[in-house]
Ligand binder design. Structure first.
Ligand code: 13P
Ligand code: SF4
Length: 320
């Protein structure tokens, strides 16, 4: 506790000295989110993290999240120094979508518009026509479908299937998944619903279709927080990373929030509703990124950056 306080004080001092801000995702641990809040940084979903990082006037961004979030920040703000608590924090969607294989998939369907989720490398974004996050994917695909475009979607197959079902768009899906959301179990969730019949069910669309089918609200992290605040239920079962409870409970202070069950049929969970890569963003690692810098800085190759900027800006302009 004393050590934690000392880290917090040192981080606050260094953030000021370096004109740096902390940009944190909702899945990071509560002390990181609290620190971002207290120091005038941002806690948000991946879309608003990108926008905040681009628009703030800091010289340095400390991105507490996973690597694609740091890369996105650098692509949008090449003039800023972008640091991450650890460069090891990756994402199973990014890992499961290597550029050579994905590019070959796109080359095999040249008449398709390539739409990629933000949870991808800079190289994959550079190969895409559009980047989307879960908060804007539905609207962008609806727009492309209305223009009669056929779509290649990567990498999350569950989110892709959900969007295809909602929009009726013609979509070829890359078969990636998020190791955290993929573990939510429809059977166990259904059993839990019977124990809490008054509870609303909130589901992130990276979850399997059978789990999404049980939802009262489906959406990005920000959209789920808003649903907890705005839906009339006093209790919710929440199928996403448990890091979200910090902000969700603030937004809906009188409501009861329950974690959705992972691993049905007695299977043990591996990530157990907390992303192992988001969990790498500790206070000590943030302090280290501010003191050592080297080994924490994000660089993106100039040519890739310029190419990846085009589909990223399309998303930001579309959602402005
Ligand atoms: P959001 O865009 O909803 O923040 O999701 C990012 C993510 O990594 C979810 O697992
Ligand atoms: Fe990637 Fe899933 Fe972790 Fe989000 S929760 S960063 S999608 S592995």
């Amino acid at each position: 506790q004393i050590e934690q306080q000392s880290h917090v004080q040192q981080i606050k001092t260094l953030l000021k000295q370096k004109n740096a801000v902390l940009v944190a995702h909702y899945y990071t641990d509560p002390e990181i989110q609290a620190l971002a809040e207290e120091t005038g940084g941002c806690i948000s979903d991946s879309l608003e993290m990108a926008r905040f990082g681009r628009d703030c006037d800091a010289d340095t961004l400390i991105v507490a999240g996973v690597r694609f979030m740091g890369e996105t920040a650098k692509i949008l703000s090449p003039e800023k120094t972008v640091l991450m608590p650890t460069l090891e924090a990756t994402c199973s969607l990014d890992l499961g979508c290597p550029i050579d294989k994905f590019s070959a998939f796109c080359d095999a369907h040249p008449d398709h518009t390539v739409v990629v989720y933000a949870n991808t490398s800079a190289a994959v974004k550079a190969r895409a026509d559009w980047v989307v996050t879960s908060s804007i994917a539905l609207e962008i695909v609806e727009h492309l479908d209305s223009l009669g475009e056929k779509i290649i979607w990567g990498p999350d197959r569950h989110l892709g299937a959900y969007i295809a079902k909602q929009t009726g768009a013609d979509m070829l899906l890359w078969q990636g998944e998020c190791i955290v959301h993929d573990e939510f179990s429809a059977k166990a969730l259904n059993d839990m619903r019977h124990l809490h019949p008054d509870a609303g069910v909130l589901v992130h669309p990276e979850s399997p279709a059978s789990v999404v089918a049980l939802a009262d609200a489906v959406g990005s992290t920000t959209q789920l927080i808003n649903a907890a605040k705005n839906l009339p239920n006093e209790k919710f079962i929440v199928a996403t990373d448990r890091g979200i409870f910090y902000k969700m409970q603030h937004a809906a202070p009188n409501k009861i929030l329950l974690e959705a069950p992972t691993g049905g049929n007695g299977a043990t969970c591996k990530s157990c509703a907390h992303c192992p890569w988001m969990a790498m963003n500790g206070l000590q690692a943030i302090l280290q990124s501010l003191t050592e810098t080297s080994g924490h800085e994000i660089f993106v190759d100039d040519e890739l950056r310029e190419k990846a900027l085009i589909p990223l800006n399309r998303m930001l302009d579309f959602s402005a």
